[in-house]
Design a protein. Structure first.
Lengths: 306, 300
């Protein structure tokens, strides 16, 4: 995902001379260094100063540039929420915030580097578009879509390599859920690396005779209300799966849509009101209930409540 | 836009002279004499009192202290077109201390960005003149400010864009001294010197006070000029109420290459109104009707 981001930035940079990139001393991890190598004059390393980076990006955008600003998801929005709010969101400036190291699959670096609140924070900001791609192919598409669309974007990537869920022919459609698998008994709505886990869970549950629909809700905001409502009406139960706290992320947003349009039993596969510590990504995902097995358990619980 | 009832307060439009209207249409520069600017400064002070008095809230103290700074900028230094606020080649003025919005609005109105009468809508429902600046609604306002500390960084972005685009506009950003408590100001100070943005001038309205009292008691900034120097800035200190000194400082800043310039303007909070001068109570409190009368009498 990260390498795809860096390479896509270079392609976009060749197409559009107004694209500039900012980083906060993490360009080797966010992979903006790939852009920096090709366009040194259009790359601004702001040092370990995320607040400054965000407001500089806003000033560039206010002057007609198309800035991409990157750091780890825990530091933006975490370290600079007010700057994102007043410098970018309120004026609706054309800044693209693309962060890596979302969630707890960051791994061994531990709590200070895990980002489990970012979607709640950014998702609360009026006018922000929020995207969590499921794999590298969708990352490239989402970054291209952000560049082609005016306004503030937040795109959250993760650290580990994730298995591809798409082929090269995939075309990202902003604001539209993608039905990854049809099914009539229950719907799993997932984002990020939980999409691959959802597909694995659906495959396993088929053996038990449970027919799961799987939606990739890569655009978290604006949310695809129609797809959620239709899934609830047709399958009668919903599971939300995300690498984020269960408050304020995908689950909360989906629950709000269901409460308004189509209340059905729902289960939440997410981090439960706690912080994770150091560990290997797979160990952490297991400890905090973010595996295919956990989704399968959620599906059984939701179906039992139908 | 419909105007509010004016009540018993003096009408702000009484003080309008021909300057606003005659200079509206074209590029607005740069020739006002010191005597003319002094007259403009007095009008701006009257506007600030009348506006905040009418609104019943707002920030007169830190608006009054920066009157000469904005007067020199808008009537002598900036290349701008009030008839075309988005003109691509305009010099940019960024108000980082967004609570001085009444001063910026009064200045923009006197330049002709919008009618002087509109100043009386300050802080009212559906007004274009928000309590703190909002770039989405007010012609001539470059940045949505009020959350302190962000303007210098924003200005760096604007200055970098000018350099990337090979545009020759200059960028001016006004900070409060109390605002310099914010860590982001110093992130910006470091970055501006690192990126060598010599098309950027920061002005600090150094009135010595913040909400809780004198800076030196709340959070000491000394040695203040030394800090900027240590961060790699060209530092100029002036009497911030002396229009000749300010004008000269802005001229000098244009000659500085390879580093940003900061003008530390020593000012008096509440300047021009006896009972507001050096009185932190009027940082964020509007004068009542009686106080408005006394203030306007002093500003005749």
């Amino acid at each position: 995902m990260r390498e795809t981001y860096g390479k896509t930035l270079v392609e976009l940079g060749r197409e559009n001379p107004d694209i500039v990139v900012l980083d906060a001393d993490l360009s080797r991890s966010t992979m903006t260094k790939i852009f920096a190598r090709e366009f040194p004059d259009r790359f601004f390393d702001c040092g370990i100063a995320e607040q400054n980076m965000i407001s500089i990006a806003a000033g560039l955008a206010a002057s007609g540039k198309l800035p991409f600003a990157s750091t780890f998801a825990v530091f933006a929005p975490g370290r600079c929420f007010d700057q994102i709010r007043m410098s970018i969101a309120q004026p609706g400036l054309n800044v693209k915030l693309v962060t890596s190291h979302g969630g707890i699959s960051v791994g061994e670096d531990g709590t200070s580097h895990h980002s489990i609140e970012d979607l709640a924070l950014v998702g609360s900001l009026p006018g922000f578009t929020v995207i969590v791609p499921a794999d590298a192919i969708e990352t490239a598409q989402a970054v291209r879509t952000a560049a082609a669309s005016y306004g503030p974007f937040y795109i959250r990537l993760c650290r580990p390599k994730v298995p591809p869920v798409y082929t090269e022919s995939y075309r990202f459609n902003l604001g539209k859920a993608v039905t990854m698998r049809q099914g009539g008994d229950v719907t799993i709505i997932a984002i990020g690396l939980m999409v691959a886990a959802a597909l694995e869970a659906a495959k396993n549950l088929r053996r038990e005779g449970i027919d799961c629909r799987v939606l990739n809700m890569s655009t978290l905001k604006p949310i695809d209300e129609a797809a959620i409502t239709q899934a609830a009406a047709e399958t009668g139960a919903i599971i939300a799966a995300e690498e984020h706290l269960e408050h304020g992320g995908l689950g909360s947003i989906v629950a709000q849509v269901l409460a308004r349009h189509q209340p059905v039993p729902m289960e939440f596969v997410a981090i439960k009101d706690t912080y994770a510590r150091s560990g290997k990504p797979a160990e952490l995902l297991q400890r905090h209930g973010l595996t295919a097995k956990d989704i399968e358990q959620g599906v059984r619980s939701a179906i039992a409540r139908k | 836009m419909s105007l509010p009832e004016e009540g018993n307060l003096p009408s702000i439009s009484d003080s309008v002279t021909t300057s606003a209207n005659s200079m509206k249409a074209e590029v607005f520069s740069s020739s006002a004499s010191v005597v003319e600017m002094e007259a403009i400064a007095k009008r701006l002070r009257r506007h600030i009192i009348t506006m905040t008095g009418k609104a019943g809230s707002g920030h007169p103290g830190g608006s009054l202290s920066a009157v000469e700074i904005l007067t020199a900028l808008y009537f002598r230094v900036l290349r701008h077109k009030p008839s075309d606020p988005q003109w691509a080649d305009r010099d940019r003025f960024i108000l980082s201390k967004g609570h001085a919005a009444p001063l910026l609005y009064a200045t923009l109105a006197e330049c002709g960005y919008f009618p002087v009468d509109e100043l009386l809508t300050l802080r009212q429902m559906d007004s274009r003149l928000q309590g703190h600046t909002d770039r989405t609604v007010t012609p001539g306002v470059e940045m949505s400010a009020g959350a302190l500390g962000q303007g210098l960084s924003f200005a760096i972005g604007v200055a970098l864009a000018g350099r990337l685009n090979a545009q020759d506009y200059r960028v001016y950003v006004l900070l409060g001294d109390g605002e310099c408590d914010e860590g982001q100001v110093w992130e910006g100070a470091m970055a501006a010197a690192h990126f060598k943005v010599d098309n950027l001038v920061a002005i600090v309205d150094n009135n010595g006070q913040q909400i809780d009292g004198w800076n030196r008691d709340v959070m000491n900034l000394d040695p203040f000029p030394g800090k900027w120097q240590a961060f790699g800035w060209h530092v100029i200190e002036v009497d911030g109420h002396d229009l000749a000194q300010l004008t000269e400082a802005f001229d000098q800043a244009k000659l500085v290459k390879g580093q940003p310039t900061v003008i530390i303007a020593h000012t008096i909070k509440g300047k021009g109104v006896s009972f507001m001068e050096n009185n932190p109570d009027f940082h964020g409190k509007a004068p009542n009707a009686e106080e408005v009368k006394i203030a306007l009498k002093e500003l005749e």
